[in-house]
Structures are given as C-alpha cells and as structure tokens.
Design a protein around this ligand. Structure first.
Ligand code: H79
Length: 446
C-alpha cells in the first residue's frame, strides 16, 4: 500500500549517473563552518557560551544587537583559500562543503538580495568565489552549505500562524529561491548543495515550492547533488516521505553520529558530518570536553566507507581566517595515514562479509579487492576472515609492503585465519585480499 504523493520521492533506489558515482567514491570530505560567529568565538562579555559557537546568537548571554553588528568587524586578513585547499588536499579530502549562509543569515558571497553580506564588512570581498577556485584547482569538488532558516530576513518565520505570517513568508520564499539560483549562477562548478535549517513547521508546508525549486536548481546545474534535508513531502515528512522512501540523492541524517550496521543505512547512500570536539562547528576558542584524536577520526572514516558512506570532517576557521593548531595537526595526521592507505578508502564501499573484532572491511568497487583495515590486534595475533560466499583466495598481503604475504588457513567453510605474528601495530593497518569467485567444489563441510 502506498500513498499517491505529488512531492514525495521521485526515484526509488540509488542514482547511478557519473556525478553520483563520483560522490559515492569520495570517501573523505571536509566541512568548513565560517561566518561572523567566528569573531566572538563562543565568548561574550567575559562569559563562555556552552553551546555550539555558530549558535551564540540564540544565547541570552549575548544581546542580539551585538551579534547583528559583528559583520562590521569581519576582516579575515589571513584568509588564504589556496592554503586551505592545499591543507584539504594533503588530508585526502575529495570534496568540501562551505557554509555560504548559516542560520544567522550572514552571506559569505556578495548577494544581490540582502545587505547582510561580505560586501558590507571591512573585508568587503567575496569569500566563496576564491575558495571555489582554489579547491577546483586542487581537484577537490565543492558543495555549498545553505541554511534555509534565516534569522536575518524580515519575512522568515518558523511557524505560519497568521495571514500576515503567510504573506511575509512568501517574500522569504522568493528570497530563498533568488539566493539559491544566484549561488548556482555565480559558482557554476558547484557539484551539490548541503541544506540545513529545514525543520521549521513553516518550511514543512512548502512541499510544492521546494520540489519546484529543486527542479529549477537541477536545470541550472545538471546532475546537482542534493541530500535528503531539503524538501518535505505533501504531509510535511522530511528525509523519508510518507511511504518511507528517501527524498533526495543521499540520506543526510547522520550528523555527529554514525550508523552501527549496514542495516541502519537501509542500503542508501549517506554522509556523516562530524565535529572534532563534541559539538562545535564554528570557531569556539574554548573547546571543552573530549577532542577527537586522529585515530578516532580515521576509525570513523573507515567505518563510514565500510558502510557505504562518506565521512566529512568539520573545520572552523577563526576570525582572521586561520585554522587552529589542533585542526592543522589532525589534518596532517589523517593525511599521513591517507597517503599510505588511501586505496582502502577511495572508490571503496561495503562488502557483506561478517564484521570481525579486528576492524572493518572495505571493498574496491572497481577491482573487487577487499581491504582489511585492522584497528585491533588480538592477544593471539590471529585475524579471522569469514566470507559470505565461497571464494578462492589468491593472495593476502600488506598494502604497504607487498612482499609481506599472509598465508590463510582454512578452518571451516568460507572461514579462514591469518597470523599477524609479532608485528606491532603503530597505526591502523591495511591488509589486501585478492580473490576469485570460486567455481570449484566445496570441501564438504556441511
Ligand atoms: O551547521 C551545524 C549546526 O549548527 C547545525 N547543523 C550542523 C551541520 C545544527 N545544529 N543543531 N542542529 C543543526 C539541530 C538543531 C536542533 C535544534 Fe531544534 C534547533 C534544537 C533546538 C533548535 C530542532 C528544531 C529541534 C527543535 C527545533
């Protein structure tokens, strides 16, 4: 039984065109949250805001008026788009998502449709254009983050309670449409949009408007990739329509969390966007709580790829445009691991072999080779491999030393062990499995 929806999912199953294939093979991405919230950096009047730095405007500790005048100080003298792009490249990012406009409504590009943009800051210049150019030059695909929710626009409403609200919201919808088409026109190499701030009741009533706008945007950039966080369906359902089908090109619900199993992903494409500290996207001078290590982040990356997702790590430049030391160090460490082990990440995805405690499998979608990414070495040094169907193993070897061959011992049907011996694991280690689909007879285990 399925409801007839005018604005539900328009496609069942995955997109298979080259642009989406490219997206699917990124593995690692970079998020950048940057805006006037970087100026207070989570601090106001000697007090430190405990929430996310980019939400400081919603804190009673800071007057709205003070926040709304921050743009008069926005002057990132150290902003160096090509240095940022180089750092991202060294880390191994294949795509980058930049906040063109966060919830506060401040635009990092010169927008014809508002004065609340970079043009009216001391900096005075476009932030987005040079960034797109720099990342394009490094071969890193650019995606634009856009918050529909906009605390600056006079027509914005979170709920439409009165006729006055409805008429004001029409002006806001027109503004939203204008800005999105403007962005795509200004930055035609954009590969996709990453939407946020679409949870309002007011927006949930806009199924037809959002659907038409998505069509219009895709006309501007054919193949444009839009996740599940943009449009609601006829009944105001988000991400999944009223029939349970995914709306958009990939599931966009994994924010600061990861699926545990492949079943959790429903077999959809998805991305995980992750912060380095617990919950800070924009620059906050006072990172409290646990700050993730490169080991933890690499594990999240590998786990994402093993479950067919992309992992997108967030950076929050400060008011001057500098990347903080902690973030630089992590980018370098991740990049060092990636430089050796990237073949277990790029063009790789899920394989339905039973997960083992030593780590995660990823499978190269082109060659079919399986990578064992080993995070845990057991006390007995034995790694178990259990395949989902009968295969014939050709070769098992160390990705970074092809002379190091592991001799599998078949211990049961479709089940093998290899010995790590006295090797010490200084970092997550990749072991490659080459195999053929076996046509031979079984050994009669059953
Ligand atoms: O940009 C970063 C965050 O600022 C933004 N998304 C990432 C990528 C974000 N932060 N929080 N959220 C998104 C979710 C917001 C949840 C809440 Fe609410 C908004 C809690 C209270 C207001 C949702 C809407 C739940 C109640 C109303």
């Amino acid at each position: 039984t399925s409801l007839a929806l005018a604005h539900g999912a328009h496609r069942l199953g995955k997109r298979t065109d080259p642009m989406m294939e490219r997206w699917r093979n990124y593995g690692l991405g970079q998020f950048i949250h940057w805006g006037v919230y970087a100026i207070p950096g989570g601090q106001w009047n000697g007090a430190s805001y405990g929430g996310a730095a980019e939400w400081i405007r919603s804190w009673k500790g800071m007057p709205k008026e003070a926040y709304d005048n921050l743009y008069k100080e926005f002057d990132p003298e150290n902003y160096d788009p090509s240095a940022l792009a180089k750092q991202a490249k060294e880390m191994g990012a294949k795509y980058m998502i930049i906040t063109t406009k966060h919830h506060d409504g401040f635009c990092l590009w010169p927008s014809e449709y508002t004065d609340y943009d970079v043009t009216n800051t001391p900096y005075g210049k476009d932030i987005i254009g040079p960034l797109v150019e720099a990342y394009d030059a490094e071969g890193i695909d650019v995606y634009l983050y856009f918050s529909v929710m906009d605390w600056n626009h006079p027509g914005y409403r979170s709920v439409l309670a009165t006729e006055e609200d409805r008429s004001a919201y029409e002006s806001f919808k027109e503004f939203t449409r204008n800005q999105l088409l403007e962005l795509l026109e200004r930055y035609p190499t954009t590969k996709g949009l990453w939407f946020d701030g679409t949870w309002d009741e007011a927006w949930k009533e806009q199924a037809e408007f959002a659907d038409n706008l998505a069509t219009e945007m895709r006309k501007k950039i054919p193949g444009l990739i839009i996740g599940s966080r943009f449009r609601p369906d006829d009944y105001g359902n988000r991400h999944f329509d009223s029939n349970g089908d995914l709306m958009g090109d990939y599931e966009q619900g994994w924010e600061r969390k990861l699926p545990e199993t492949y079943e959790d992903t429903n077999g959809n494409d998805w991305d995980c966007v992750m912060t380095i500290p617990e919950n800070q996207w924009g620059y906050h001078s006072d990172w409290r709580g646990h700050v993730k290590t490169s080991y933890e982040l690499i594990e999240m990356l590998v786990k994402s790829v093993s479950l067919d997702g992309n992992f997108v790590l967030n950076f929050g430049p400060d008011a001057k445009g500098d990347i903080r030391m902690e973030e630089k160090k992590l980018a370098t460490e991740i990049g060092q691991w990636m430089s050796k082990n990237k073949s277990a990440i790029y063009n790789c995805g899920h394989i339905d072999w039973e997960k083992q405690d030593w780590g995660y499998y990823t499978q190269n979608r082109v060659t079919g080779e399986v990578n064992m990414v080993v995070f845990n070495k057991p006390i007995n040094s034995v790694l178990r491999i259990k395949t989902s169907s009968k295969i014939s193993l050709q070769k098992i070897y160390d990705l970074n030393d092809a002379t190091k061959i592991y001799d599998p011992e078949e211990i049961s049907q479709d089940e093998y062990i290899i010995q790590l011996g006295d090797e010490e694991l200084a970092e997550p280690k990749v072991i490659v499995i080459k195999y053929d689909h076996s046509k031979g007879e079984t050994k009669g285990y059953e």
